[in-house]
Design a binder for this molecule. Sequence first.
Ligand SMILES: Cc1cc2nc3c(=O)[nH]c(=O)nc-3n(C[C@H](O)[C@H](O)[C@H](O)COP(=O)(O)O)c2cc1C
Ligand SMILES: C=C(O[C@@H]1CC(C(=O)O)=C[C@@H](OP(=O)(O)O)[C@H]1O)C(=O)O
Length: 386
Amino acid sequence: MLRYLTAGESHGPRLTAVLDGVPAGLPLTAAYIDGQLARRQGGYGRGGRMKIEQDRVMITSGVRGGMTIGSPVTLTIENKDWENWQEVMSPGPEADLSRRIVSRPRPGHADLTGGVKYGHRDLRNVLERSSARETTVRVAAGSVAKRLLEETGVVVVGSVVRIGEICAVEAGMDADQLGQAVESSPVYCADVAATEKMINAIDQARAEGDTLGGIFEIKVFGLPPGLGSYVQRDRTLDGRLAGALMSIQAIKGVEVGDGFSAASRRGSQVHDEIFYDRHRGYYRQTNRAGGIEGGMSNGETLVVRAAMKPIPTLYKPLKSVDIATKQPFEASVERSDACAVPAAGVVGEAVVAWELACVLVEKFGGDTMREILRRVGEYRTYWKGF
Ligand SMILES: Cc1cc2nc3c(=O)[nH]c(=O)nc-3n(C[C@H](O)[C@H](O)[C@H](O)COP(=O)(O)O)c2cc1C
Ligand SMILES: C=C(O[C@@H]1CC(C(=O)O)=C[C@@H](OP(=O)(O)O)[C@H]1O)C(=O)O
C-alpha cells in the first residue's frame, strides 16, 4: 500500500513529506523532482513569493545511489522566505507571537472558520497551513508516483483549458505533442491562440486588483485497464481521483470525460461503443467516458478536469470583519497571486499520478519494480486476448 503525509507551514523553515510503500528498484533522482517543482513555480500569474522561492528537494531517506530501496522516502523542501519570518514563526519560546498577528479574515480563505474551529485568535495559525504553499511538497510526492508510472509506460500530462472567460480549443494531440506544447506555453495551454488571450486576461485582472480562476485538464496515456474497482464504492477510480483533485486548494469542481455536458444529452450520444481488433484488442471510437467505466480504467485515455475558483486574496478590497474589534474593514493585501491555474494544473498532475500509482500498486502488488513491471506486461497481454 502506498501512502504519504505532508507537514510544514507556509513561512516555516521547510516542508516535508514521508512516503511509505514505494517499491524498491525505482530509479529516482532529486533532479527529476526539481524539474517538476520548477514547473509548479513557473506558471504565469504568480505573485511576489515565487520570486523569493527556488524550490529544490532534499531526499533524506529511502533512496541510495539513485534507486529506491523499499523503505520510507522522506522529501524536504526549504522555504527561502523563512529567513524573513524567523522571529514570527520560530517553534521555540523566542518566537515573537505579538508580531504580524492576523485578525482580519479573508472571504474565500480558511481564515475565519479555521480560527473558530481551532480556537486561534491569531489567524496566522490557520493561514500558515491552509496556504497552497503545501502543494510544493505534494508535487514532490507526486513526482515519485509519476516516475513509477513512467516505468510502466504511463504518461500524465496536465494542461490549462480555461482562464476566466478564455477557453482553449481541444487539440486532440498525442502524449508527446501535448507535453511539448504545454511545456513551451507560459500558461501551460496547448492552444497557442488562446494562450495570448489568457495572458492578457490575467494581466488585466491583476491591473484591476482582481483575480481569475479557470479549468485544467489532466490526460493520462497508456494506463492499464482494470485499475480501481466497482466492488466497494470507496475503491472507485473516479471517486478517488475526484477526491484527490478536490483536495487541492481552491478547486471547486471535477468532471470525468464529458462530465457535466453529458447530463444534457441522450444515452446514444454519450456511451462509447465497443469494438475489437486482433492487433489492438478492445477499443472505442469515442472516449466520452474519459477512460473510466464502473469505477475502473477501461484502457482508453483518462481525461479529468478540475475547476479552480479565483484566488481569494484580492488587492481590490472585499468587506470583512476584524475578529478583535468586530468592526468592518476592507482588507489590505501585502502580496498575492493573480491567477494560479497553471500551477494548480501541475499539482493536479501530481495528485492524479499519486492516486494512479496507488491503484496500480494495489492491483499488481510487489515490493519491487521488477515484479510490478512483469505483472503489468502479462496483464496487458491477457487483456488483449480476453
Ligand atoms: C497553486 C496555488 C496558489 C494559490 N495562491 C494563492 C494566493 O496567492 N493567495 C490566496 O489567497 N489564495 C491562493 N490559493 C488558494 C487558497 O489557498 C485557497 O483558496 C484557500 O486555501 C481556501 O481553500 P478553498 O478555496 O479550497 O476553500 C492558491 C491555490 C493554489 C492551488
Ligand atoms: C507560496 C506559495 O503559494 C502561496 C499560496 C497562498 C495561499 O494563500 O494559498 C498565498 C501566497 O503566499 P504568501 O502569502 O506567502 O505570498 C502564495 O504565494 C507556493 O505556491 O509556493
